[in-house]
Design a protein around this ligand. Structure first.
Ligand SMILES: Nc1nc2c(ncn2[C@@H]2O[C@H](COP(=O)(O)OP(=O)(O)OP(=O)(O)O)[C@@H](O)[C@H]2O)c(=O)[nH]1
Ligand SMILES: [Mg+2]
Length: 289
């Protein structure tokens, strides 16, 4: 009886399926990201678009990147928009730059945080396509209930250059509710992804809320790449949007913490490093062609 019953004690956790160096204490990664310079100085900042369902954690991801880079919790993008059907809605396109340590200067990348894609009233696929191509300037309002104004027309760029385009498309999906995202939303997101693919724009998925799907990861974030549950959710995200698992970065956003911590920073900065490399490669390819 004895020996045949002694199966492995922790079936969920064995060897990590993606390697990450937790012991480098985040400093190397921080240095890599903070010293990053785009190959083409005319395309500065690199423009990274965050898109995805309402409440996926887009604003929280930008805030997390900002916090990891500043070494303290920051909340520049308004997160946690509690949504209800009679809300007033301003879908303004807003670019968030990240300050570096020199006063008045910024890192050479910026995030465009747009309101969630929503069935009834949210940003629409066509709007995102215009954004990808660089037609939409900051301050343009995507509001399907409001007619386009003169001011909006001024914020429409008819002749965008490479610097105005989106250089990396980031789909943000929440690990805990990815199974429940409705088909129409997924279909819309795939359409955006396909448009980006046709334009040659690289794309990644940031999978948020990993703490909500795996209690052991919630307790110890370093278990992230040994958790089968996380891997399974990443595969689900990959199948839903058709993005390879290798381009999916699971993160735990800063959303209720008072302080940053090295483990969360490492995941966030690793995702950022890859996004920047993809964006930079795209810009260089566009110049060549
Ligand atoms: N547990 C957990 N909660 C998170 C995480 N990221 C975001 N949240 C929470 O999820 C909720 C929605 O986050 P937001 O960042 O506002 O989501 P959003 O995608 O910007 O939403 P919209 O702008 O409304 O489309 C907030 O209550 C956050 O605190 C995470 O990694 N883990
Ligand atoms: Mg938001």
């Amino acid at each position: 009886m004895g020996s045949s019953n002694s199966s492995p004690p922790t079936p969920d956790y064995d060897r990590p399926w993606r390697s990450i160096n937790w012991s480098e204490d985040g400093q190397t990664l921080l240095k890599t990201v903070t010293s990053f310079q785009p190959g083409n100085p005319e395309v500065n900042p690199l423009r990274i678009l965050l898109h995805g369902p309402v409440g996926a954690g887009k604003s929280s991801f930008f805030n997390s990147v900002n916090s990891a880079l500043q070494g303290k919790i920051t909340t520049r993008a308004l997160a946690n928009s509690t949504l209800n059907d009679d809300r007033t809605f301003t879908l303004e396109c807003k670019t968030f730059k990240v300050k570096n340590e020199r006063p008045g200067s910024f890192f050479p990348f910026a995030f465009i945080d747009i309101a969630g894609m929503d069935k009834k009233i949210g940003i629409k696929t066509d709007d995102i396509k215009k954004l990808l191509k660089g037609h939409i300037k900051d301050g343009y309002t995507f509001n399907p209930l409001k007619p386009i104004t003169k001011e909006d027309n001024l914020k429409y760029n008819n002749n965008p250059f490479l610097k105005d385009k989106i250089h990396c498309l980031v789909a943000v999906l929440p690990a805990n509710t990815v199974s429940m995202i409705n088909e129409e939303m997924i279909w819309q997101m795939r359409e955006v992804r396909e448009k980006a693919r046709d334009l040659g724009i690289p794309q990644v998925i940031i999978m948020t809320k990993v703490d909500e799907v795996c209690p052991l990861v919630k307790e110890n974030l370093k278990k992230i790449y040994t958790s089968k549950k996380i891997k399974q959710k990443m595969e689900e995200c990959s199948n839903k949007l058709g993005v390879p698992v290798s381009c999916i970065y699971p993160v735990k956003n800063y959303h209720e913490e008072n302080n940053t911590n090295t483990t969360a920073d490492i995941l966030i900065l690793d995702a950022l490093k890859n996004i920047l490399n993809f964006a930079n490669d795209y810009v260089e390819d566009q110049e060549d062609s």
